[in-house]
Unconditional design. Sequence first.
Length: 311
Amino acid sequence: MRSVSNRTRVGLLAAFTAFSALLSTGSAAAATQLNGDWAPFDRCPVDAPAMLAADGVNTIATCIASSSATGSITLGKSVVSTGHTDLQLGVVQRADGTASLVAPPEGALTADPAEIPGGLLGLMCPSGIPFVSGICRQLTDNDLNRVTATIEPAGAPRDFNMSAAFSTGEPILTIPVRIHLKNPFLGDKCYIGTTADPVLLKPRNVTAPTLSLQRFSADGTPNDDEGEMGRYTFDGADQGDATFAVPGASGCGAGLLNWAVNLKTGLPSAAGKNSVTLDATTTYFGSPYDPAGLAPNEGRKLSEFWHSAKR
């Protein structure tokens, strides 16, 4: 493969500093299907004004995608296995080394809902409190017992650390989140953490990823010799954090069941007693192979290339 220019390498590698940036989770939205090596970037916000404005010299627009099939989160005394997560965002990097993050309209991270082991029975029962005992007696229906947990954004990410993205053990950034618990008895406003008192995740690489480079045509077709696009792949890195504190529940059963969730789960929980792990993440980031060669329209060309890859 032809060697990568210094300008392109700096552009792509600088973007990787934000690959975990916006853990703003939401329900999975229908994603666009893209051809070939474009496929991981199916939610990249290429049409956002900040991305379109990148000129390729002073600013470079880049797509980031990071996914993990499995993981786990420990909150106090509760351990929940997580399913597939998919983080995507755009990065506008500047010549001075700073960068701005751009999230897709539906949020940077979509995730499969995680089920709380034992459901509501596991969260609150048995109980010697008549009100709670009455609920426990009704939990013979699996739908009434089932509790799902979803991570949602609770503020803007901050505290970026460029060198941490290429090493292990150092926080890459700080991400404020809250955990949304859903169940008919808990209602739709039951959260662990709030926007005023969020869970502050500080993800870091637990193991080092392996690196490879792909070059591909504008429409996603692999093309090592003349492809307009370049893509770095960081594969196999476990990511995690075990330093965050977790506040108590709020809004559960209109507030009447907060204490029951807290008691059974062991919340609030101090820093060091909680953890999150994402297993074997695969992270991609891609931008035009020669961004300066597309000046002053690098961002617009990135959008054009992305749309040409639609299937």
